[in-house]
Design a protein around this ligand. Sequence first.
Ligand code: CA
Length: 263
Amino acid sequence: MTDGEAGHQLHAALTDVGRVRAHNEDAFLAEPTVGLYAVADGMGGHAAGEVASAMAIETLRERLAGREAPDPRASDPADLRDRLAQTLRDAGRAIHDRGRERPEQRGMGTTATSLLLRPDGGLLIGHVGDSRAYRLRGGELSRMTRDHTVVQERVERGELTPEQARHHPASGVLTRALGVPEAITPDTHAGEWEEGDLYLLCSDGLTGMLSDDELRRTLRSGGAESGRPEALEELARALVDAANERGGRDNVTVVLVRPDGAA
Ligand code: CA
């Protein structure tokens, strides 16, 4: 677990192998100095999923938070949105190329869900796959990403309820991922954060085990003590513990961010 206080953000991040899997193929990124956070959930045999998720996270770090990267806080929002999308596309291409070079890593892939918080109040999301970003504002929980899954398309066609989708045997079948042979288009979303917001990035090891309503209740229970750094760490731990108590069938990763944490 890490926690940090820089600029006006508090964050806590935690990843856990769960109760069933032998390896943790999830990865996360927390760079509070530039307001960049991400979760990646890798897939592929022979531990290749770990390679894919680490490559996605490292590409985001280098391009958006590295020494060579232009300061995302000083960049034009439209340019930054393009750069975020291009970074995800490039990460996908690099993962695919690596998989072609090494037979044991062939076919590896990863999700990537990233959040960039700007000091001027703007936020950007870049997203591919079925990891998610949520916002808790005024006690209401909103999903800020759309799952790139076959079951999500069936929910949108009215063929499945969200609860049925969550328990569906094909719930993990992705329609978009980093590392696939085809060119993919990341979803990007620009918006604004407000004081009091709480953001959650997570892998499907959390959302497969807990409904949105259960997430909301847990997040609200930690909302009363905003501003206390340990409260966010405790909340991250409570989310991971809840997923494990339900069976922990997959790796679980959570990143929590309060944009005005130090205010
Ligand atoms: Ca997963």
